[in-house]
Structures are given as structure tokens and as C-alpha cells.
Design a binder for this molecule. Sequence first.
Ligand code: FMN
Length: 362
Amino acid sequence: MSNSILLSPLKSKHLDLSNRIAMAPLTRCRAKDNLVGEMQVQYYSMRADAGLIITEGAPVSSEAIGYPDIPGIYTRQQVEAWKKVTDAVHQKNGKIFVQLWHVGRISHPVFLNGQLPLAPSAIQSSTLARTKNGKLPRPIPKAMSFEEIQKTVKDFAQAAENAVEAGFDGVEIHGANGYLINQFLCDGSNKRTDEYGGDIPSRCRFAMEIIRAVTETIGTSKTGIRLSPGGIGNDIYDSDPKSLFGYLIKELDLMDLAYLHLLEPYQDLSHLPNTVQSIAKHFRSMYQGTLMINNGFQMASAEQILQEGFADLVSFGKLFISNPDLVNRFRINAPLNAWDEDTFYSEGPKGYIDYPIFESNS
Ligand SMILES: Cc1cc2nc3c(=O)[nH]c(=O)nc-3n(C[C@H](O)[C@H](O)[C@H](O)COP(=O)(O)O)c2cc1C
């Protein structure tokens, strides 16, 4: 497809990418002892043709963990381990950002040495925790103290510094999908009466403090953020997401970030108040910088949204799980491998580094 926008380079103020296809962040639960190893080196380097790889969520501290075997970015050993991944991707001229993650209440004491998960308020998520001992109900989390909030902001900044040391081209702050930052944003999970709760600017304070701390540490050019204004997963709820995310995205527009990564909703939201069903279309006019869009895209729909100017980059998740050579398959219009949900979070190489590369017989 010679006239493909998706396959054309993106040169923005902060990004210089060989195409507009990003690999979406994908937790795969295969990092033993919270460390990446040889399997992850192979997995990411096989996908280095993506204009930009965003890694699986990487917890910024031991308190930020909410799933088994996810790779951290808070110890020296973790930084050294990630260097092998970034080197391998760079050797293939790829670009790679790490996603900085704190799950907040979407955790369980089994991941936290018996401690309670942290959250803006002591409000439980009704979802179940996926642990090595099966699915477990979540406890009521601990409402964070002012000191715990300040420490967490510092943890994000330190993780960003670690990321640059590990060779990453930048970081994506995970503000989406019902995790800690999203919990602070939304009034269903944030009932605080101090400066981190209440009206919209106050609920956005935690996110903005993290963004400022990260950008002051590694620069705006290396900092992206992911938001899900239409997300209701992980039991997240806001009474007026249209106003909340309208405010936040306009604030982010002033920050000169590498990119803003938005998710379209997973479902029809029309039964809920003040929601936005078409995220890119609604928020594009509020954001002048580089906008990445995700959720459910195929090549044709990705081309269309870029063509219409509602986004500058499209990220693909599940298609990258099953098609390490997704960019080439798009280029030559090759058939795509189907993904196997049973191996999304399983152990070992199956469903991870054994999906076949397309080989043409002609
Ligand atoms: C196995 C799996 C793991 C995921 N892990 C993350 C993650 O670590 N961080 C994140 O922001 N989103 C995560 N997501 C969401 C994806 O980034 C993406 O938003 C979702 O798969 C929809 O895009 P797609 O239709 O292209 O797959 C995950 C999704 C899947 C299927």
C-alpha cells in the first residue's frame, strides 16, 4: 500500500518514527522475580518494526504490583535486565517506551507482602484479583496519606530516571484502565476531602504532579501518557467523564508531551451519564500535540482515522501478540494470525515468542 498513512513515517517535535503503528502496552506475566530475561529480549526484538513499542506495564515500586510475574523498573537489577531489551530493539532501529504503572486498589495482599493495596479512598473494587492461587476478592484498600501520595509521585520520577538509564527512548505514564491514577481522577473511587479530591482540578492534581515530576526528571520530549476517558473496566466510574477528561486533556495540551495515548471505549456507554462514545473525534480538537489512538483497530480502520485527522498514531494490542511481524503483514497485505487468549498470561514461550512470521510461498 504505497499511499498508506499508517505505514508512513511520523516526524513530530519529539518523535521520529519509521511508521505510525505502535505496539500497545501488553502485560504478559512472564517476568519471573519481576525481572525481564532472554524471553522478553526475543519477544520485543521480534516486534521492533513497530514505529514505537510501548512495553507492558512496569510497576514503579513494590507497592505498585497487582499481577504475578510483571517486570519492575524500581531496582538496579531490573534496570540492568531492561538494558538487554532496549539494546536488542535499538539494534533493529526500533524505538521503545516503558509504561510506568501503579495499580492502586487493583491489587491484593498476596502481591504486597500481606499489606493492603493503596488507593485514593478506602473503596473496594468489586473485580477479582488474578493470582497464582486463582481469582480472589479484593480487600478494602488503604486510603493514601499525604506522605504516601508524595512518595508515589517520587516513585514515578525515579522510575522515569531508571527508564532512561535502562536505555528507553521514553516513558508512558499509565493513567488508564482503572489503575491508581485513574482512581484519583474519578469520583466513584476518589472521595477525598483534601486537595487531591473534590472538584475536577483537585482530582487531577495527583496525575498532574506525576506528570510534572516525570517531565522535570527526563523532559517532556520523553514523556507520554495513556488515558481511557470511556473506560469502565476495573470498576472505575465517574459521574461526568466528559468534563473530567475535557479539563485534563486541555491541561495536558499545555505540557508539550511526546504524545497523548487515548483508548476508545470497549462498549456502548449510552446508558451512563455524560460519557463520550467517540474518543478521538471528541478530544482531537482539544489536543494539538501527537495523539495516539487504540482499541479494536484493524489496518483499514486505522488508515481511516489517520486519514480523517483524528489521530496521528494507532496502537495495536492483540494483533501484535499474535503477529510479531504485524508491520510487514500490513505492508504486503498478508493474512493475520489469530490470537490465543489462553496464553495471554500463561507461562513460558507458548503464545509469546512462537507465533509464526509470514513467509510467502510465491
Ligand atoms: C493481554 C493483554 C494485556 C494488556 N496489558 C496492558 C497493560 O499492561 N497496560 C495497558 O495500558 N493496557 C494493557 N492492555 C490493553 C491493551 O493495551 C489495548 O488497549 C487493548 O488490547 C485493546 O487494543 P487492541 O484491540 O488493539 O488489542 C492489555 C490487553 C491485553 C489483551
